[in-house]
Design a protein around this ligand. Sequence first.
Ligand code: GLY
Length: 306
Amino acid sequence: MVAIIVHGGAGTIRKEERISQVIDGVKEAVLAGWHELRGGSALDAVEEAVKVLEDNPLFNAGTGSVLTLGGKVEMDAAIMRGKTLEAGAVAGIWGVKNPISVARKVMEKTDHVLLIGEGAVKFARLLGFSGYDPRTEERLNQWEELRRRLLEKGETRHWRKLNELIKEYPEVLRSTVGAVAFDGEEVVAGTSTGGVFLKMFGRVGDTPIIGGGTYANEVAGASCTGLGEVAIKLALAKSATDFVRLGMDAQAASEAAINLATKYFGKDTMGIIMVDSKGNVGFAKNTRHMSYAFMRDGMEKPEAGV
Ligand code: GLY
């Protein structure tokens, strides 16, 4: 049994016409991953699916990443192999097209798990990743508007204020892409994000934190989306795989993980996708929307939704 599931971020999609575009985007990504999975490995499948999502400006990862308070793009990404617990991640990286591919190189070419900021950019250049500006006009316009609203409301320094802003304008939270796949031998999980709009300089979310937003072991893999601070505090991706170890399937474990997030931090905070080593897929959210698509053996086309 082989399987792959992807997500295009949890949050609220305000414009109705955007929903079908987002669904097309996650379908395209899952099919690209499925193609790799049929001919290769879960590792290649996860990297390819996340790359397709990073290249789609609709999603907040790679091209189309949201901007920091200072108007920069600082992206996070991670990938993890369930069989060997090898993992690679980058945080606060800029000037590259596909952070997930840099994260994979960190896993394969270094003795480390996580490279940050300037060091991550330097490593990417060393490995031949060329310069690229992931900012889009749409994101620049959104940044200007959100920054103006935030400034009009007063304080800009405290996360609590940004949290209030997110409640008022939930589209801010439309974040992150991810993929989890099982190739019959191994589960692999990968996640990539521009983070959260107007994040403070130096802020790192859950995505590149192994166990926070991304995790895989021999029983399951998970990729989280939503407010990163929530997933970090609950070690949510790892906790979700622990639920599988205790006997749940990927769907029950996804729901249990999101119940945990809701219990501690309320609704409108998190989404998750999972695959377990029996080839079951799972997905759950406490936000209004979370785009997802999956393929398993026996399916002729992806099942997708928000
Ligand atoms: N979940 C993405 C972030 O908070 O950065």
